[in-house]
Design a protein around this ligand. Structure first.
Ligand SMILES: Nc1nc2c(ncn2[C@@H]2O[C@H](COP(=O)(O)OP(=O)(O)OP(=O)(O)O)[C@@H](O)[C@H]2O)c(=O)[nH]1
Ligand SMILES: [Mg+2]
Length: 377
């Protein structure tokens, strides 16, 4: 029988409640766990909602301190993985708690794929052309540079938190020190690498409707996520290249409203380029490739130069030198990522959804090909 895990921090209670109810009401589900970031008011509110849900029992509990990075989503997932391995569930589903279109079909799709012999089922879904900017500009390019020709750069959502793991995979993850230590936003990257590296049968299940969830205002809201995901993918360098084969559902038409969604506020985000420069950051920026162009942002926003090719050079430098926890590096890396996102948003993203996504996919193939010429990183 199967368990469903939802990690949560601060989310719309109605959305969380409906997701708990959908999971608990599913005939394949034996138990539902909501793992809270803390034990305060939010957890109590979710406990009240959970007590009214019918179907499988819903347990709400706080995450434990498991890892060595910032205590975040990773501690939540690792707490659940450890407990699930101890109980010995056959299958464990994991879903973000803020998905507004979560329903029984997500569970059905994953369960039916596992019935066909797949040990790891990852949900993939279309996202707006200006959403998923960490995936497109950091994680997939870095995976392409480090693991060209493998399935890692080709996964739709290497940062997606929606998957099914069989008991075997759960036990291996709970015993994997690289996964357990990653208590912050880096957990998704580590789970992706670890599940692919296991070599167990692996399937991407397509959710045609997309994943609808809370989007951002200014990209400043995901500053911490950017630097933690950068560090996580950087930490994978030098690990063995996996040989797992990618099997996926065929593509499906993209919902029209998703094609029109603008995922963040352009004006407020552009303003971030020029604010908060310190002398130390300027000094560090002076050591970057194309330093003079980067440093123009001390005066006014300037980012058009950061095309896919230039970004490949810049990201390569970040993978070599970035230091998580160093505020100067964090500020600069975030600013560089903003420049790249803005360069894309004001150029290719304006061509419409299909052209924008085709362009982004082509950048990943370009990064994979580049690694062949320059030796593997
Ligand atoms: N237990 C726990 N859950 C967390 C923590 N931080 C975030 N979460 C949950 O992790 C899930 C993902 O967080 P989001 O803020 O939705 O992340 P996102 O920006 O949607 O990430 P993408 O789906 O990749 O775009 C949500 O269910 C959050 O409530 C934490 O510190 N502890
Ligand atoms: Mg979300």
């Amino acid at each position: 029988m199967s368990l469903v895990v939802f990690p949560f921090k601060e989310e719309d209670l109605a959305v969380v409640g409906s997701n708990l109810a959908n999971a608990a009401g599913h005939s394949r589900i034996e138990e539902v766990w909501a793992v809270s970031a803390g034990d305060g008011d939010t957890m109590e509110a979710v406990e009240r909602i959970a007590s009214e849900v019918s179907g499988a029992p819903v347990r709400v509990f706080p995450q434990e301190r498991m890892g060595r990075f910032r205590p975040g989503k990773g501690d939540g997932l690792n707490t659940a993985l450890r407990l699930a391995a101890e109980v010995g569930f056959d299958r464990v589903h994991i879903y973000d708690a803020d998905i507004t279109n979560f329903g029984p079909d997500w569970i059905d799709g994953a369960e039916e794929t596992a019935d066909r012999g797949y040990y790891i089922v990852r949900h993939r879904f279309p996202r707006a052309a200006t959403d998923a900017m960490i995936t497109w500009m950091v994680t997939r390019p870095a995976l392409a540079i480090s693991f060209p020709g493998t399935i890692l750069p080709r996964l739709g959502q290497p940062l997606g938190g929606e998957m099914l793991l069989t008991g075997e995979a759960v036990r291996r993850l709970a015993a994997d020190p690289r996964v357990v230590e990653r208590s912050d936003w880096g957990i998704d990257t580590m789970l992706t690498y670890a599940t692919v590296a296991m070599g167990l049968p692996f399937w991407e299940h397509h959710i045609a409707d997309g994943k609808r969830h809370a989007l951002y205002g200014s990209l400043d809201e995901i500053r911490v996520m950017v630097v933690e995901c950068l560090d996580a993918v950087r930490s994978l360098r030098g690990l063995p290249a996996p040989t797992t084969t990618l099997r996926s559902d065929p593509p499906a038409p993209i919902p029209e409203d998703l094609k029109r969604t603008v995922a963040y506020d352009l004006e407020r985000t552009t303003a971030l380029l020029t604010t908060g420069w310190t002398a130390a950051e300027a000094e560090l920026a002076a050591t970057l490739p194309m330093a003079d162009l980067v440093m123009r942002n001390r005066e006014r926003p300037f980012y058009e130069f950061l095309d896919a090719e230039t970004w490949g050079v810049m990201l390569g430098d970040l993978l070599d030198r970035f230091v998580l926890g160093d505020p100067v590096w964090e500020s600069l890396a975030f600013r560089l990522w903003l420049m790249r996102v803005l360069a894309y948003t004001t150029d290719q993203a304006r061509l419409g959804y299909d052209a924008a996504i085709a362009y982004l996919e082509s950048t990943i193939r370009y990064y994979e090909a580049g690694a062949d010429h320059h030796g593997s990183r």
